[in-house]
Design a binder for this molecule. Structure first.
Ligand SMILES: C[S@@+](CC[C@H](N)C(=O)[O-])C[C@H]1O[C@@H](n2cnc3c(N)ncnc32)[C@H](O)[C@@H]1O
Length: 248
């Protein structure tokens, strides 16, 4: 089960170590969660003491997120908006902008996305982005090894699917999905172009994240992407801050 809502409602922390470490203590901070989906991770930032706002362009996801907040007894704002065109009232309102796991592959205009994240930050605020590594995203299957996606370039990749990433067996009518491959260089360059100052860029070869399930699982429960005698990254994480300080 990719999302286990019952255990979340019972108190399970759904965030992973990578984003928790990069975000640091969020107590009392204003956190904007981009592409929040149905809000489970957003609400976990609230459980950690943040004032949270989640943004997603799916009205169904926003409805579910509001319902989940009520069920969990947590306070959060959920906004229906495109992350490539964030509402201007969000400008300068956040100490932390966060986006995790399955984010930029949906984004055609990477520059607009980064400009929106930068716009939402207060002086000195941080962007934390944790996402599937573009090298891993080239992969359709590990065994047999099939890599059928470009490494970056941003050209739309169209595919007709009958299930969802959360439930590949879900009965639904076939629909076309469009995704956009962005390389690490393109992502970092877009962040810099939006005026953000990058202080960390890490590539992770060993992950607990279940979205990497096409890769072999080790005896310790983590997954790796073997490549010759070594491993390729499955995730990357980027932390950047707004260059404006409170005194400038
Ligand atoms: C894979 S999900 C994110 C998963 C999320 N980290 C979670 O664990 O629930 C991707 C989300 O991005 C949203 N999305 C895709 N493109 C978007 C856009 N341009 N603006 C806002 N939301 C978008 C989708 O509606 C979906 O909820």
């Amino acid at each position: 089960m990719l999302y286990d809502v019952d255990s979340f409602l019972a108190g399970r922390q759904t965030l992973y170590g990578i984003e928790l470490e990069l975000a640091g203590d969020v107590t009392g901070q204003d956190v904007l969660h981009l592409q929040c989906h149905f809000g489970m991770d957003t609400l976990n930032w609230a459980r950690l003491g943040a004032r949270v706002t989640g943004v997603d362009f799916s009205s169904a996801a926003i409805v579910r997120a509001r319902e989940l907040a009520e069920l969990a007894g947590l306070t959060a704002d959920f906004v229906e908006a495109d992350t490539q065109n964030l509402p201007s009232y969000l400008a300068g309102g956040f100490d932390l902008v966060i986006a995790t796991y399955g984010v930029l592959c949906w984004i055609a205009d990477l520059d607009a996305w980064m400009r929106g994240a930068a716009m939402a930050l207060r002086p000195g605020g941080r962007l934390v982005l944790v996402d599937l590594h573009p090298a891993y995203q080239t992969l359709a299957s590990y065994e047999p090894f099939v890599a059928d996606w470009p490494y970056g370039g941003g050209e739309p990749q169209r595919e007709v699917v009958t299930g969802t990433y959360a439930d590949p067996d879900l009965p639904m009518t076939a629909q076309e999905v469009v995704q956009y491959p962005h390389s690490v260089g393109e992502i970092v360059t877009a962040a810099a172009g939006a005026g953000l100052v990058i202080d960390r860029l890490d590539e992770h070869t060993e992950v607990e994240f279940p979205g990497s399930r096409i890769l072999p699982e080790g005896p310790d429960g983590t997954r790796r992407f073997p490549f010759g005698d070594t491993y390729l990254p499955i995730l990357y994480s980027l932390r950047a801050r707004s260059p404006r300080t409170a005194t400038t």
